[in-house]
Design a protein around this ligand. Sequence first.
Ligand code: OAD
Length: 232
Amino acid sequence: MLKKKLIIFSGAGMSAESGLKTFRDNDGLWENYKVEEVATPEAWERDPKMVLEFYNQRRKQVFDAEPNKAHKIIAELEEDFDVEVITQNIDNLHEKAGSSKVLHLHGELLKSRSTAYPFKTYPMDTPELNWGDTCELGAQLRPHVVWFGEEVPNLGIAQKICEEADILVIIGTSLNVYPAANLVFYAPEKAQKFLIDPANVLVRDLKNLKIIQKKAEEGMEELKQTLLSHPV
Ligand code: OAD
């Protein structure tokens, strides 16, 4: 039998219970750093070493982090659903939990990219990327992440995936950052939608939406029971 298409759209809250900080919560990353000093092309022009150091710190934490129960439930749901994950996260915890289809909207922390040849990306097996590290053609390497003001190369693919959703799960995102936040509106009206977040996330005009106001692990456990006991 053809499996239903279950799309997961995740944000930083997805990895909070793995010990990684979100961006906009109290004590979130953007409370301790200025976005424009570490996550823009201008910051890279002005002070690349500071930018590299910001991402080196993030990368060290990701190297030590493990997927939480919510990541694992998402991977397990592949037994019953055709699951595709679209994540705004730059960590690798969905993959580490065993999810087979993961699309990163905002890049991947564990890859570097040539500044001169953007199609050249390199997996990283150590946490540090330093000034002076170059691709084989001699150009400086940068983190393979999308900075504010840059295009989101995977946006078109993500829109097409959302259009095919039978079920859409929005989890751990404040839906503050565009164009990513608009993706939820690409899911068909008739698709069943769930939003898992401990905060009261504002989402207007989304039909067929059930809100589970819980953290990721507890919320995914509840959703799994719902999906498996009362198929949508
Ligand atoms: P935010 O920090 O904006 O939002 C995190 C969301 O996670 C909030 O709605 C929290 O209530 C929720 N949250 C906190 N703890 C949680 C938990 N244990 N379980 C579930 N949810 C929890 O992060 P994003 O929405 O992911 O972009 O931010 C989007 C983008 O803004 C990021 O990809 C990044 C950032 O600036 C770039 O760097 C380009």
